[in-house]
Design a protein around this ligand. Structure first.
Ligand code: HEM
Length: 510
């Protein structure tokens, strides 16, 4: 008996010692990479401040384009040159195709299923293929073109016309977001109408999920606190997810009943119909939690990024009237003044597309993109152990004068002089939708949503700041988070630019 305990004791001590040796080796390997000296326990967390993407921009001037940081006990490597970004997102994409598993992501993501937070593997590959091929492909999106058009009229333009008639201001982001949430709800759950209460409930859930996922959670950097839920995030996440689950379960049950009665025609299918009809892995049906998570992923990732980009673009157009003028010349040549902008106009609006590109560069949709090393890997000639977080410093590279002429100026014409596309294949200094295996699945809808949304509101309305405020006084600070939205919402007065009969021809009230 006594001997048995001695053996167990020796095994435990040996395990602890080997763990510490392993950790020490990991630290030694990482310390070859330049980086600021870490403090005991907290590492470099104290240096990062409220806006880590900006701090990183400053730090890389001292430490170079590959830099090591310690976030509490979590090692991290930051890359901030196009060459190293290419190495991470393209050349070593497979070894780095993991996302961090934050303490709350397990609860947000139905035990890490679906897309954004799912570990690299069969389930994630399958979910991604479903999104790219079945839900967000150009063919499927074309099927919903009429739905998007109706929603833009009713939930986008009509509230602006109402505010214009009453002389009240419009919160640009909120209006665009409400219209997009309605639109996503219809594409995903009901092709007919969705009531305002449902849209507001979904918006609240989406906002809460994004807030929880980006919140600074002590447990992610000090695993010792994991069982304690000190900041209460796990508890809140479970509450929010219960709300979402009740909501989405009802929708799925309704869809199942409908599918059991009569077969839904291909053209009438919404996203839930599609997900219920496609096989999962090895021809098993897609699990209900994977389905729920794919829907949540798409909701939480889509409306915010598009509406925030449009709001930033509007700030820049107000601050640069000459750019607004050029955009309107393009609109008057392509669209004229006797109709609204249609999705089919987008290919003829390259200047407005360049305004969107420049907005995504300058107000970089995501400050830092993050991956995790799935195995030991070499980056920039340094050894990086498995489990290390790899940050791609998108904000830093977008503002770096080594890669951009007059980097601090907003200039859509830079994309005429030196064309770059948004697909993250060739120009790694410009990766607004990321790149590689974990690149944004909504890129096609993201481009349609931003270009069409911006074109429509500047075609239909004149915009000015209320109370005699001047464009140069617009606060341009961003709210740090996932997508860096404008910190203070942009409120503007709108006046219709087109004759009333044009709006009336689309059943809008002027
Ligand atoms: C202006 C619009 C948008 C921007 C700037 C944007 C940007 C991004 C970025 C930078 C990433 C991370 C990519 C990486 O790690 O390499 C991402 C991921 C993602 N985006 Fe978007 N996005 C936009 C619109 C959308 C839309 C409309 C949807 C859905 C309909 C969407 C769904 C997703 C999802 C699900 C992921 C996670 C993919 C994965 O981990 O496999 N996004 N997006």
């Amino acid at each position: 008996m006594g001997f048995w305990w001695v053996q167990v004791g020796i095994a435990v001590v040996a395990a602890i010692v080997s763990f510490f040796i392993h950790e020490q080796k990991k630290r030694l390997k990482l310390h070859r990479i330049p980086g600021p000296a870490p403090l005991p326990v907290i590492g470099n967390l104290h240096m990062l401040g409220k806006r880590p993407y900006r701090t990183i921009y400053d730090l890389q001037k001292t430490y170079g384009s590959i830099m090591r940081l310690w976030l509490g006990s979590q090692p991290a490597v930051v890359v901030s040159s196009p060459e190293l970004i290419k190495e991470v997102l393209k050349d070593k994409d497979l070894q780095l195709a993991e996302r961090p598993r934050g303490a709350v992501s397990r609860y947000v993501a139905y035990d890490l299923q679906g897309l954004s937070w799912a570990p690299y593997g069969e389930d994630w590959i399958h979910a991604r293929k479903l999104c790219m091929r079945e839900l967000l492909s150009p063919t499927r999106l074309r099927q919903f073109q009429e739905v998007r058009r109706e929603d833009m009229l009713q939930y986008g333009l009509q509230p602006i016309l109402d505010a214009a008639a009453q002389g009240t201001t419009v919160d640009v982001r909120t209006i665009v977001k409400r219209y997009l949430y309605t639109d996503m709800a219809r594409m995903m759950m009901h092709k007919s109408k969705v009531d305002a209460k449902t849209v507001i409930a979904l918006e609240d859930i989406g906002r809460a999920v994004v807030h929880l996922v980006v919140a600074f959670n002590l447990e992610d950097y000090f695993p010792i606190f994991r069982p304690l839920d000190l900041q209460g995030y796990k508890k809140t996440t479970k509450k929010v997810m219960k709300k979402y689950d009740d909501f989405v379960s009802k929708i799925i049950a309704e869809h199942r009943d409908r599918a059991n009665g009569t077969a839904v025609k291909e053209d009438d299918k919404d996203f839930v119909d599609v997900l219920l009809s496609v096989p999962g892995i090895k021809s098993q049906p897609l699990s209900e939690s994977a389905l729920k998570n794919i829907i949540l992923d798409i909701f939480a990732s889509s409306a915010d990024s598009i509406s925030e980009a449009i709001e930033w673009a509007m700030c820049e157009l107000l601050r640069h009237p000459e750019i607004m003028k050029k955009a309107r010349v393009e609109l008057s040549m392509v669209v004229g003044s006797d109709r609204l902008v249609e999705e089919s106009d987008i290919p003829q609006l390259p200047y407005i597309y360049n305004i969107i590109k420049e907005t995504l560069r300058f107000h970089s949709g995501s400050g830092l993109t993050v991956r995790v090393a799935r195995e030991d890997v070499q980056i920039g000639g340094y050894e990086v152990p498995a489990g290390t977080f790899i940050f791609v410093a998108q904000w830093a590279v977008s503002r770096d004068p080594r890669y951009w002429e007059r980097a601090d100026e907003f200039d859509p014409d830079r994309f005429v002089k030196a064309p770059k596309d948004v697909h993250g294949i060739s120009s790694f200094e410009f990766i607004p939708f990321g790149s590689g295996r974990r690149m944004c699945v909504g890129i096609h809808l993201g481009v349609i949503g931003t270009v069409l949304g911006l074109a429509q509101i500047i075609h239909c309305f004149e915009w000015e700041l209320p109370n005699g405020e001047k464009p140069e006084d617009i606060d341009m600070d961003e709210d740090p988070g996932f997508t860096l939205p404008k910190l203070i919402p942009l409120n503007l007065l709108a006046t219709p630019r087109l004759p009333p009969q044009v709006f009336q021809a689309y059943s809008l009230n002027v």
